[in-house]
Design a protein around this ligand. Structure first.
Ligand code: ADP
Ligand code: MG
Length: 394
């Protein structure tokens, strides 16, 4: 079964009338722990998930780039020479391509900027995905990673995985206009089966850390609340600004440079809201380090309390949770999950829960019941295992 790949191939054929030259894909991700730390130069611990976005592509004679997706009606086509006029997007140019098309076209623009000697030629790209969109599982990094991988090969740009992650981030920041960090793209590019990516967002040093969930007799469940976070760019931006303000007031380049021991003195220098934003980031960085150490020394069974503490910090200090996410975490916990937390940027999206293999049904049912009692739309609950990063499939 390869439904996204089949869908993308069919779409490519029907739009171009040709056979594609290759198939590339990149996964979505779940962040095990380390939320809103990436743009503070801190630590994150995401893993790639089995759900992937597929880009089917082929070069063409005209110097034009055409993108089409099963997600949206109609192909979007621009001259290669016009990419520089479209991006970086400002108020004037933002409206010139549909929102979704700014992801793949922005990747093409950013990749040419990163690899000026690449043999950029006209190209057609058809996209399909089984990553839920807007669920906090980073369908955005998946479309960026799949497109970047296809262009890297067909344009012989020879960028490495970290460089391709940067291309994706630049597209998202400057072509789409979403002020996100580098975590999602690095997870999508570097993911590996049964490993999380321990990433230092300051240096981009990445180490694969075995998660060992199955060996421990456990499962990680995703609880997609189906509350779309895509409207939340404002909240995300506001949190980012609070972090920058906090760092400036504390006289450090970024909150990475503040330790848990510094928090008492930070409290005296900051207003209450800024202090709580800072405290989330500082303690979350420490929780990532603690989680990596715990995984290595004790295994997955021992990280539950760190996940719960992370959720509480996002709910109370960073204030990016929503009732559906809190309900998911509480219901999972009440039904015996070892730990649970919202994952992704917040304001909606998904939570994860670490549960015993034989408690999967009980936890899933408890979460569904709690949503129904709370008057919320039914969540989607499914297991995930750490999976491979971006690759060429054919
Ligand atoms: P998330 O990354 O959590 O899924 P984002 O808001 O960051 O949410 O990214 C979702 C957006 O990315 C969509 O609204 C759409 O514009 C774009 N996108 C994601 N996947 C696809 C796809 N398969 N085809 C077209 N656009 C996509
Ligand atoms: Mg995203």
């Amino acid at each position: 079964m390869n439904t996204a790949q089949d869908a993308a191939r069919d779409l490519f054929r029907s739009v171009t009338g040709r056979e594609p030259e290759g198939v590339w894909s990149a996964p979505g991700r779940v962040n095990l722990i380390g939320e809103h730390t990436d743009y503070n130069d801190g630590f994150v611990l995401p893993f790639a998930i089995p759900q992937r976005t597929v880009a089917v592509a082929g070069l063409r004679a005209e110097d034009r780039i055409r993108v089409v997706s099963t997600f949206a009606d109609g192909a979007v086509e621009v001259a290669l020479a016009d990419l520089d006029a479209l991006f970086p997007a400002d108020a004037g140019s933002a409206a010139r391509v549909p929102d979704w098309a700014a992801y793949p076209l922005g990747v093409a623009w950013a990749l040419r900027e990163a690899a000026p000697d690449a043999a950029a030629q006209g190209i057609d790209i058809a996209i399909a995905s089984d990553v839920p969109v807007g669920a906090g599982l980073s369908s955005s990094a998946a479309i960026e990673g799949a497109t970047a991988s296809a262009l890297n090969d067909l344009w012989t740009a020879r960028l490495d995985r970290t460089a391709l992650a940067r291309v994706g981030r630049r597209a998202e920041n400057e072509a789409v206009g979403a002020p996100t960090g580098i975590m999602d793209q690095m997870a999508s590019m570097l993911g590996a089966p049964d490993a999380a990516i321990f990433l230092d967002c300051r240096t981009l040093d990445a180490v694969r850390v075995p998660v060992g969930v199955a060996e421990a007799g456990l499962v990680i469940l995703v609880i997609d609340t189906r509350v779309s976070h895509t409207h939340a760019t404002g909240g995300y931006r506001e949190r980012r600004e609070a972090c920058e303000r906090g760092a400036a007031l504390l006289g450090v380049p970024s909150l990475r440079d503040v330790s848990v021991a510094d928090l008492d003195s930070a409290r005296r220098l900051l207003d209450d809201v800024t202090f709580r934003r800072v405290r989330h980031v500082v303690t979350e960085n420490q929780r990532v380090l603690d989680t990596v150490r715990t995984l290595r020394e004790q295994g997955a069974r021992a990280i539950g309390d760190l996940l719960l503490a992370s959720h509480a910090s996002m709910r109370d200090d960073f204030e990016i949770s929503v009732p559906e996410l809190d309900t998911a975490v509480e219901a999972a916990r009440g039904a015996g999950a070892l730990g649970a937390r919202m994952t992704g940027g917040g304001f909606g999206g998904a939570a994860i829960a670490l549960v015993e293999q034989d408690a999967v049904d009980a936890v899933s049912d408890a979460v569904r019941d709690a949503f129904s009692h709370g008057g919320f739309a039914a969540p989607t609950v499914f297991p995930v295992t750490p999976a491979a990063g971006a690759r060429r499939d054919a």
